[in-house]
Design a protein around this ligand. Structure first.
Ligand code: SF4
Length: 391
């Protein structure tokens, strides 16, 4: 055993080495330890046991297809009231979503779309035909669509249970459910920050049913509002238990709260140290999750590069177009909209890891992989095909 400065970490390191799940008390000790270097070293070792030297990124298209929402979450700066803030409303037609996805070519492996609880857009009539269009036009692209909160909303609109709506979505091409909407599972916190959203039990039920049907998913946690360390650890343990019941989560993504333009602005920004601890604690608590993602657009690219030394093994990836992410940009993120894949590879290599291009389900691709040319690519005059440029 390595000599550790904080004695509280010794028994935890022993458990981690033996593959024993950490307890709630262990998790709190990890958040409170002054020995951040040992925490990072333990989390990095756990990452290396999971994914070796690999750190993943994805060539992605990111779209927020609507910001109309009636849920009224207190931490949200993205949602627009369609009657009082009509100038802020973004509600894309299916053709606009398709055009946005193709705006910078077809060489990408995932399309990631989330939006608000918009009664005009969040319906099967809108999504099923669009999903089939994606699969016909871009058969190499995995559809990473919706959050469990959106699926719950859509199920209630259509008077369908989770098994039925998920079967409909899967039959039209849904590959992966995004991890948002989890926020913090504790009911007393949800009541204060997102009273009109799915409960923790509903969120978990959507994901567990999706996994049973062969749809993959990710999980998130919003941290930095009014929750305590105990609430964060409770959240992680509920995710770990859910993964044991119905495996299918690929990555866990800690989402740092951003305070600009929302009702919880007095919570302020998370600190770099809190962000780094969050990655390390997640890696150590979630021993049955393969991947911990450091999403550059949320904690910032520099913190996310450091997070690779604290247990993270994924940096998410490119967005494609230059203006599409609205959720965090409405809340004051300092990250830009665009980082290219060469930059991800450089940042990962600088830390001593091997960059690996992936899709939503972590199938691996050569960094210069390109899809076959689709007949319609030849007809679209104004699309710059990155494949053609590279060739
Ligand atoms: S966080 Fe999502 S569900 Fe909540 S108000 Fe914002 S868009 Fe709506």
């Amino acid at each position: 055993m390595t000599l550790l400065m904080d004695p509280a970490l010794r028994s935890i390191e022993h458990k981690v080495d033996e593959g024993i799940p950490l307890s709630s008390e262990d998790g709190i000790a990890l958040f409170r330890t002054p020995d951040v270097h040992s925490l990072g070293r333990m989390a990095r070792a756990a990452k290396v046991r999971k994914s070796g030297r690999k750190v993943f990124y994805v060539l992605n298209r990111y779209i927020n297809s609507t910001n109309v929402c009636y849920a009224g979450c207190k931490f949200c700066s993205f949602a627009a009231d369609e009657f009082k803030e009509s100038e802020r409303v973004v509600r894309m037609s299916a053709d606009q979503v398709m055009a946005k996805a193709l705006e910078t070519g077809t060489n990408f492996n995932q399309i990631h779309i989330v939006g608000g609880h918009d009664p005009r857009q969040l319906s099967l009539d809108y999504w099923l035909p669009l999903m089939r269009r994606f699969k016909e036009r871009l058969p190499h692209v995995q559809l990473s669509l919706f959050t469990a909160a959106e699926i719950d909303y859509m199920a209630r609109r259509h008077r369908l249970g989770y098994p039925e709506i998920l079967a409909e979505l899967k039959s039209s091409g849904l590959d992966n459910i995004n991890g948002g909407g989890a926020e913090i599972f504790a009911a007393e916190i949800r009541k204060q920050i997102c009273p009109n959203k799915v409960t923790a039990e509903q969120w978990l039920a959507v994901h567990e049913e999706a996994h049973r049907q062969g749809i993959a998913s990710n999980a998130t946690m919003l941290y930095g509002t009014i929750e305590s360390y105990e609430h964060r650890i409770d959240h992680l343990i509920r995710l770990r238990d859910s993964q044991a019941r119905s495996p299918g989560f690929n990555a866990f993504i800690p989402l740092a709260f951003h305070p600009d333009g929302n009702e919880l602005n007095d919570c302020g920004w998370t600190s770099g140290l809190d962000d780094i601890r969050m990655f390390a604690v997640a890696r150590l608590m979630l021993n049955n999750f393969d991947h911990i993602k450091a999403y550059w657009m949320i904690q910032g690219i520099k913190v996310c590069q450091v997070a690779l030394e604290f247990g993270a093994d994924d940096m998410d990836g490119t967005h494609g177009s230059t203006d599409e992410e609205r959720i965090y940009h409405s809340a004051g993120t300092q990250s830009g909209q665009y980082v290219d894949d060469r930059e991800f590879r450089r940042l990962i290599e600088e830390v001593g890891f091997e960059p690996v291009r992936r899709n939503s389900t972590y199938e691996e691709f050569a960094h210069d992989w390109a899809p076959p040319v689709h007949p319609e690519d030849l007809k679209v005059q104004d699309v710059v095909d990155l494949n053609a440029v590279r060739a």
